[in-house]
Write a protein that binds this ligand. Structure first.
Ligand SMILES: O=P(O)(O)OC[C@H]1O[C@H](OP(=O)(O)OP(=O)(O)O)[C@H](O)[C@@H]1O
Ligand SMILES: Nc1nc2[nH]cnc2c(=O)[nH]1
Length: 185
């Protein structure tokens, strides 16, 4: 499918900036501090959830100055759409997680089906403990489980379709250096 780059540019021009770069960087530093307090002595295995977790994971890792192993998993359920579908695993963890402390990092906890499925998988594989960190938590009452929260959350966000800092609009603008809401959504 060909992409209309004029449309992609127009989406950015019309979007509302909900958090700017400084606000996000401050939130990431605070998350890094909290994670360090909790996990510094646990030799964790840290998984980035591709693709959206790419930016937050890279930035967060530099605030985690203790021994850890970093890797990635790839799971998707939106596939360039504005609403989620069935979770598709593209890459499962490649190393053994049995007995390990696992930290899963993603860009957003929206309904939470993605994180829930990854948590379940890690537990089934015998992880000693599974913790989660997300840059943004979307405020609404459609969570996969009532009260579902990540262990570490950077920012709360209103119930709109957002992009930037790893989050995409039709595969674009993951590189935007702020968090933006799509006009009209
Ligand atoms: O809480 P949920 O409602 O499950 O949604 C959150 C997930 O949706 C996005 O992934 P997406 O499936 O769009 O893939 P991507 O990371 O490649 O953008 C995002 O990166 C999270 O992983
Ligand atoms: N880009 C993007 N991906 C999502 N995945 C789940 N919710 C969202 C959202 O608001 N924006």
């Amino acid at each position: 499918m060909s992409v209309d780059l004029d449309h992609i540019r127009q989406v950015m021009e019309e979007a509302d900036c909900l958090y700017n770069e400084q606000q996000i960087e401050d939130a990431i530093a605070t998350m890094g501090h909290s994670i360090t307090e909790k996990l510094a002595d646990s030799n964790p295995l840290v998984f980035c959830v591709m693709n959206g977790g790419l930016v937050i994971t890279g930035k967060l890792l530099t605030h985690m100055q203790f021994p850890l192993e970093a890797s990635y998993v790839h799971a998707t359920r939106y596939r360039d759409q504005l609403t989620g579908g069935r979770l598709e695993w593209k890459v499962r963890p490649s190393q053994s997680i049995k007995g390990r402390t696992v930290l899963i990092i993603d860009d957003i906890l929206d309904e939470g089906h993605t994180l829930d499925a990854i948590i379940d998988f890690c537990k089934e594989e015998g992880a000693a403990s599974v913790l989660t960190a997300v840059l943004v938590d979307k405020k609404h009452d459609r969570k996969a489980r009532p009260g579902l929260k990540a262990d570490f959350t950077g920012l709360e966000i209103e119930d709109r379709y957002i992009f930037g800092y790893g989050l995409d609009y039709q595969g674009y603008w993951r590189n935007a250096n702020g968090i933006y809401a799509l006009k009209g959504h």
